[in-house]
Design a protein around this ligand. Structure first.
Ligand SMILES: NC(=O)c1ccc[n+]([C@@H]2O[C@H](COP(=O)([O-])OP(=O)(O)OC[C@H]3O[C@@H](n4cnc5c(N)ncnc54)[C@H](O)[C@@H]3O)[C@@H](O)[C@H]2O)c1
Length: 350
C-alpha cells in the first residue's frame, strides 16, 4: 500500500464533515486531528471520530499536532489566515474549501502561496468528482454538440456564491480556453436573505459573456421557478448542433433528447478530491492545480456579479481593473430624454 498521509481538518461544520468523513473512509490517510472554535462542535467531533485529538484553534492544532495534510473548512473570510498558517507548518498537501476566499484577491493570494511551496491543492467542487458532469465535459469538448453558444442555469433556493460558484466552476472547466470577458447582474435583495454566513440575493440574474461570444446565464435566488418539473437545478448547454440538459447533482442527462445515465464513479465527492491530492503527493500524478485555478476564476465571476448588481454596471474582467463608477447618476433607462444634461446619441453608433 502507498504511504498513509496524516491529516487534520480546521472547522467541523458541514464542509469540514465532508472532509472528515472522506479522510476517515480512505486508507490513503490517517485522520489524526481536528479543531473548531465552538465547544459543542468539538464535543461532537470527539464522539464521531474517537481516535482523533481535538483542539480549540488551528494555531494550537498546528503547533501540537502537525500533519502532512490540512483541510481548511472554515468560513471563507478565514481561509487565507488558516491556509497560510498550515503552509507555514510545512504541510505536503492542502485542501481549501470553496469559495477559496471571501474575495477574489484573498483567493488569489492563497493559490499564490500554495504555488510558492510547490505542493498540491484540492478545492473540492463536487461536480468534478461525479460521472455525469465529467462525461458531459468530455462530450462537449469532443464537439458532440458543436460550438457552445449558450449555457442557461436555473438554480432554486441558492445564491451566486454558495451554490452558483459550483455551477460557474463547472462552466470554467467545460470551456477552459474561453476567457470570461464581462459580467452583468441584476440583483434583488429585498428579503434580506442570508445563507451560510453571507448576505445573499432574493433573486438574481447573471450574464457572463466570453471571448468566443458564449453566454452563461445564471438564475439564482430563494424562489426561482424552474421550468423542468420537480427539479431544483437545470443546466442547458446549447451548442450549434445540439443541446445537453442535466440537473446539478443528479445522475443522468439528456443529449439531443436521449437520456444517458453513466455508471457513478466508485469514489466521489471530497474523498475523490483528497485521493487525487494523495496521488500528487505520492508522485503517481503530476502537480495539477487546474481545478483550483478554475475555482479562482469562478470566484472572480461571483465577485464581479455582486459588484455589477451593487453599482448597476457591466463589469469587465479581469476584476483587478474594476473601478466603481461615479455614485451619482440621474440617468433612468425608460424615462423620457429631456434633451439636456449631456448623454450620447445611441443612433449615432452601432
Ligand atoms: N465543497 C462543498 O460541497 C461544501 C459543502 C458545504 C460547505 N462548504 C464550504 O465549507 C466552508 C465552511 O462552511 P460550512 O457549511 O461547513 O459552515 P458551518 O457553519 O457549518 O461550519 C463552519 C465551522 O467552522 C468553525 N470555524 C470557523 N472559523 C474557525 C477557525 N478560525 N478555526 C476553527 N474553526 C473555525 C465554526 O465554529 C463552525 O463550526 C465554506 O467555505 C463552505 O462554502 C463546501
Amino acid at each position: 500500500m502507498s504511504k498513509q498521509w496524516t491529516a487534520a481538518v480546521v472547522g467541523g461544520g458541514m464542509g469540514g464533515k465532508l472532509s472528515l468523513n472522506a479522510l476517515a473512509a480512505s486508507e490513503r490517510f490517517a485522520l489524526t486531528a481536528a479543531c473548531d472554535l465552538r465547544a459543542e462542535v468539538r464535543e461532537a467531533l470527539s464522539a464521531s471520530y474517537p481516535g482523533i485529538t481535538v483542539f480549540a484553534s488551528h494555531e494550537e492544532m498546528l503547533a501540537q499536532c502537525p500533519t502532512e495534510v490540512v483541510c481548511v473548512s472554515t468560513y471563507p473570510s478565514s481561509h487565507e489566515e488558516v491556509a497560510l498558517a498550515a503552509l507555514e507548518s510545512g504541510v505536503s498537501g492542502i485542501l481549501v474549501e470553496k469559495p477559496l476566499g471571501h474575495t477574489f484577491e484573498s483567493g488569489r493570494r492563497i493559490l499564490a502561496a500554495i504555488a510558492a511551496k510547490q505542493i498540491p491543492v484540492a478545492v473540492p467542487h463536487g461536480l468534478l468528482a461525479k460521472a455525469t458532469p465529467l462525461e458531459i465535459i468530455r462530450r462537449v469538448q469532443d464537439n458532440e454538440i458543436g460550438r457552445l453558444v449558450l449555457i442557461e442555469i436555473q438554480c432554486n433556493g441558492w445564491d451566486i456564491l454558495n451554490a452558483g460558484i459550483h455551477w460557474l466552476h463547472f462552466c470554467r472547466m467545460l470551456t477552459p480556453g474561453d476567457a470570461p470577458r464581462s459580467v452583468h447582474a441584476a440583483i434583488d435583495a429585498s428579503t434580506r436573505t442570508y445563507r451560510d454566513g453571507l448576505q445573499v440575493e432574493t433573486a438574481a440574474i447573471t450574464s457572463i459573456v466570453h471571448a468566443s461570444g458564449l453566454r452563461v446565464v445564471l438564475h439564482t435566488g430563494d424562489e426561482i421557478p424552474v421550468n423542468v418539473p420537480s427539479k431544483s437545478f437545470v443546466f442547458r448547454l446549447i451548442g450549434e448542433r445540439g443541446v445537453i440538459e442535466f440537473w446539478g447533482w443528479e445522475n443522468g442527462y439528456l443529449l439531443k433528447g436521449e437520456k444517458a445515465t453513466p455508471q457513478e464513479l466508485a469514489i466521489t465527492g471530497h474523498r475523490r478530491h483528497l485521493e487525487n491530492l494523495a496521488d500528487q503527493m505520492d508522485g503517481i500524478a503530476p502537480l495539477d492545480d487546474t481545478i483550483a485555478r478554475a475555482s479562482l476564476s469562478a470566484l472572480e465571476i461571483c465577485e464581479a456579479a455582486y459588484l455589477s448588481g451593487e453599482y448597476r454596471v457591466q463589469v469587465t474582467l479581469p476584476l483587478a481593473g474594476f473601478l466603481p463608477p461615479d455614485p451619482f447618476t440621474d440617468w433612468q433607462p425608460g424615462q423620457p430624454y429631456s434633451g439636456t444634461n449631456g448623454g450620447r446619441d445611441g443612433r449615432a453608433f452601432g
